[in-house]
Design a protein around this ligand. Sequence first.
Ligand SMILES: NC(=O)c1ccc[n+]([C@@H]2O[C@H](COP(=O)([O-])OP(=O)(O)OC[C@H]3O[C@@H](n4cnc5c(N)ncnc54)[C@H](OP(=O)(O)O)[C@@H]3O)[C@@H](O)[C@H]2O)c1
Length: 250
Amino acid sequence: MPTILITGCSSGFGLETARHFLAQGWSVVATMRSPNPELLPGSDRLTILPLDVTDAESITAAVAAAGEIDVLVNNAGIGWLNAVEGTPMPIVRTIFETNTFGTIAMIQAVLPQFRARRAGVIINVTSSVTLKTHDLLSIYTASKAAVNALTEVMASELAPFGIRAHVVLPGQAPGTAFGSNARERLMQAGGLSAPYAEMAQAVFARLTSGSEKDKTQAEDVAAAIWRVATDPAAPPRLPAGADAVALFNG
Ligand SMILES: NC(=O)c1ccc[n+]([C@@H]2O[C@H](COP(=O)([O-])OP(=O)(O)OC[C@H]3O[C@@H](n4cnc5c(N)ncnc54)[C@H](OP(=O)(O)O)[C@@H]3O)[C@@H](O)[C@H]2O)c1
């Protein structure tokens, strides 16, 4: 059975994707910043490794320990909601270090083995926010749109080596830890920029409106990743979740 390495498996989409591939009989390398074996069912096909995608040594060690893999899923990511003006540059850098540069560093780490075997699939989890403009999500959107662009160009450059590259674009998923983690980051950085308070109220009203079933579930993302991993004819960009699919189809 093939092997998949997934970043950010401590919660949300990454954890669900690890569960899904394990249940389908794949070998799974579930990576986490702080490994917790209790999160996943015990299996001799499961390897849990420490990995922080912003740390070059951590990447080298995890990829070496993982050995031969067939699919890389760059899922680890962090959120941010605030105006450009109200976002301190260290936060901008943190968002890009994880969402964008971490993704690139992981790709660079696995490509030599993919190229040597003339096979491999890279799946980058970006976001449906890149499909439509949302106030106060400029920095986060930019970090994910860069990965969309990277993936599109990379897919062409890697095709001659038999390697596929795709993006999966999840919609809004209130069920994961993503929103609360982003809120905590915002509070630690001093909260929302005051001149944008009214705009923020409208944004929060939109984010909290609508029913959860019309939004994205972690299972939707795991299913989209499964399709991309297993179907050589999968599209280069695949939305995941009812809201993302609706946006994608215009
Ligand atoms: N939830 C949404 O509404 C939504 C919508 C569209 C796209 N996305 C994207 O989907 C992906 C997964 O999000 P989620 O909703 O599942 O959020 P989540 O529950 O917060 O999970 C994010 C995962 O990324 C990990 N992570 C963060 N920084 C990391 C780093 N430097 N190195 C390695 N792992 C790191 C977290 O680990 P720790 O536990 O150590 O923090 C966690 O396992 C992200 O890329 C996110 O941008 C989310």
